[in-house]
Structure formats: structure tokens, C-alpha cells
Design a protein around this ligand. Structure first.
Ligand code: NAP
Length: 307
């Protein structure tokens, strides 16, 4: 890609229904704003309804005609994921864009309601279940897209998903677990595209990463990220949440997307810049590991993909 792609290139999204998980904050909110500005129907899938409505008000203040809805989704609870998908089905008949954006970084040592390490459970397993539960709607919607969020922290990382099979296992290195959870999201995106293509399904699955943006995610985790100095330096080296949303928006709306790409900022070390297609995921992807992760995820979530 030689040109500098910006959100001004997003076309008219009238008639498209888009879900943004964690759409109330940071990069998810910027993504939701841009989708709503371009006339998509946007569903903010949030764990805290008050925060969701505050975000919806922000969007409507900026774009008074925005079609924004707030639905409860707690990715750390597979029952909540199920209830979200049922509520969504009652209200909407199609799903053009699913943005699996919500995430946690270095939370205090904890597990999801279903007993999985929190980062792996929220960032990856919750989204795996969500996508599977909405699969029929995604497949029947023309040119539908599933966008999954990776991270620079997962680049050049060897996949070590086996350690998550012991559901009650305690975290020793939480940053490593975060990176593995993001790598799992990146593997998922490629594997889903592979499965779409093998069945001649028109839907597309794309992975992306936002570079680095000083968002709320760094304020919720370990003490390391809470220091003012670290937050200030993140601001200096990184980019705005608005720019960090570009790879997501590109993956979700750019007409030339074929599916299976990995999109990220084009600047030095991928920290900031305009969205471009990256090779790194192709280089580190291991097919049989990905297939094993898929089988494991169906088992852990109890969600079987019905293509
Ligand atoms: N910022 C970066 O530099 C960076 C770099 C690489 C990747 N990413 C990825 O970008 C994505 C967005 O992060 P961000 O930087 O915009 O951080 P953020 O502002 O903290 O947004 C994270 C969102 O996820 C939601 N969330 C957390 N746990 C959830 C749960 N159990 N169920 C449902 N929603 C939940 C949060 O809800 P609450 O508001 O209720 O907490 C929030 O809306 C994440 O996937 C992150 O891993 C970010």
C-alpha cells in the first residue's frame, strides 16, 4: 500500500450493522465514532451499561443522527456472551462487521467466571465464543467481516497455547500471558479465514494491531503501567487512539481487503502510522498449532462452529 489511508476513505456504511466489543473506551470508541459517522448501525457491546450509554451519548453529541445501541456483554463470562448473542438476534437480522476489540492487559491475578486465566479468557476465548454464536448471521450477510485485535507484543512470539489447557493454572508472567492471548486472536483470524475459504464462504476474517496508543488499558493493569512516567512516555512514542483505530477501520471497510490479511501501522517498529498490510503473521503462523487451538477453543467454550 503506497497511499496514506485515513478514515476519510470509509465509504457509506448505510444498512451495515456493526458490533464493537469494548466500544465504550479508547480505540473501540474511536472505531465506533468513525463507523457511526459513516452511517453504520453501531452496537456498543460493553460490560458496564452506564459506561456504554455515556459513550453512546458522546457519539450522538458528535453525530446527532447516529444509529447507536448499547448491549451488555461481559467477555469474562461465557453465559453473558450467550445472552448477548441472543439479545442481538432478537434485535437485528444481519451482521456486517464484528470487531473483536475489547481487551485487558495485566489485570490483577484472576480468572474468568468459567475458570480461565483472565487475559486468555477475555481477549481470546470470549471473542471465539461470540463469533461462533453469531456465525450464521455473519455468513448470511454479504461482504461481512470479522476483525480481531492483535498486538506488537505477540510479534516473533512462539505460540505456547498448551499452558492454557489447564483451566485453573495460575499466571506467573502476566505480560507473557497477554501476548499469548493476543497471538491466539491473530491465529484465530487466520484460521477463521482459512475455514471460510475452504467452504467458499464470502465472509472475511482479518487480523490487525493498533500500534501503541496511550489508552485506559495501561491505567488498569500492573503498577508498572500506572506510573506517570510510563504513561507519559507511551504518549510520546505512541499515537492517538483515533489513529490507532485506523487499522481496524481499514480491515472493516476497505474495499480491497480479501480476507486473511494482518493490518498494522506502517511506521518504525509498527508503533504508529497509517494502516498497511504486514507479513509478520504469515511468517510466524503454524498451521497445525492453529488447528489445535481451534479444537481446544471449541472444547473450552462449548461453542462449536456451524459453517
Ligand atoms: N492501546 C494500545 O497501545 C494497544 C496495543 C495493542 C493492542 N491493543 C488492543 O486494543 C484493544 C482496545 O484496547 P484500548 O487500548 O482501547 O484499551 P481500553 O481503553 O482499556 O479499552 C478496552 C475495552 O475493553 C473492555 N473490556 C475489558 N474487559 C471486558 C470484558 N470482560 N467484557 C467486555 N468488555 C471488556 C473495556 O471495558 P471497560 O471500559 O468497562 O473497562 C474497554 O471498553 C484491546 O484488545 C487491546 O489489547 C491496544
Amino acid at each position: 500500500m503506497t497511499r496514506e489511508w485515513t478514515k476519510r476513505e470509509i465509504g457509506d456504511l448505510t444498512g451495515k450493522v456493526a458490533i464493537v466489543t469494548g466500544g465504550n473506551s479508547g480505540i473501540g470508541l474511536e472505531t465506533s465514532l468513525a463507523l457511526a459517522e459513516n452511517y453504520a448501525t453501531v452496537i456498543l457491546a460493553v460490560r458496564n451499561l452506564n459506561k456504554g450509554h455515556e459513550a453512546a451519548d458522546k457519539i450522538k453529541k458528535e453525530f446527532p443522527n447516529a444509529d447507536v445501541h448499547v448491549l451488555k456483554l461481559d467477555l469474562s463470562d461465557l453465559q453473558s456472551v450467550k445472552e448477548f448473542s441472543e439479545e442481538f438476534r432478537r434485535k437485528f437480522r444481519s451482521l456486517s462487521i464484528l470487531i473483536n476489540n475489547a481487551g485487558v492487559l495485566k489485570p490483577p491475578k484472576s480468572q474468568t467466571k468459567d475458570g480461565y486465566e483472565t487475559q486468555f479468557g477475555v481477549n481470546y476465548l470470549g471473542h471465539f465464543a461470540l463469533t461462533g454464536l453469531l456465525l450464521d448471521l455473519i455468513i448470511k450477510t454479504p461482504d461481512s467481516r470479522v476483525v480481531s485485535l492483535g498486538s506488537i507484543s505477540a510479534h516473533n512470539l512462539k505460540a505456547e497455547f498448551k499452558e492454557f489447557t489447564g483451566s485453573k493454572k495460575k499466571s506467573s508472567n502476566t505480560m507473557k500471558k497477554y501476548a499469548q492471548s493476543k497471538l491466539a486472536c491473530m491465529y484465530f483470524a487466520k484460521e477463521l479465514q482459512h475455514r471460510f475459504r475452504a467452504r467458499n464462504i464470502d465472509s472475511k476474517s482479518i487480523a490487525c494491531h493498533p500500534g501503541i496508543a496511550q489508552t485506559y488499558i495501561f491505567g488498569k493493569g500492573s503498577h508498572k503501567f500506572k506510573t506517570r512516567l510510563t504513561r507519559a512516555s507511551l504518549k510520546v512514542i505512541g499515537q492517538s487512539a483515533e489513529m490507532a483505530a485506523y487499522p481496524i477501520l481499514y480491515a472493516a471497510t476497505e474495499y480491497s481487503i480479501r480476507g486473511g490479511e494482518y493490518i498494522g501501522p506502517d511506521g518504525k517498529k509498527g508503533i504508529k502510522g497509517f494502516p498497511t498490510e504486514l507479513e509478520i503473521l504469515n511468517e510466524q503462523f503454524v498451521e497445525n498449532v492453529s488447528n489445535n487451538l481451534w479444537v481446544l477453543s471449541e472444547k473450552l467454550t462449548g461453542v462449536t462452529y456451524k459453517f
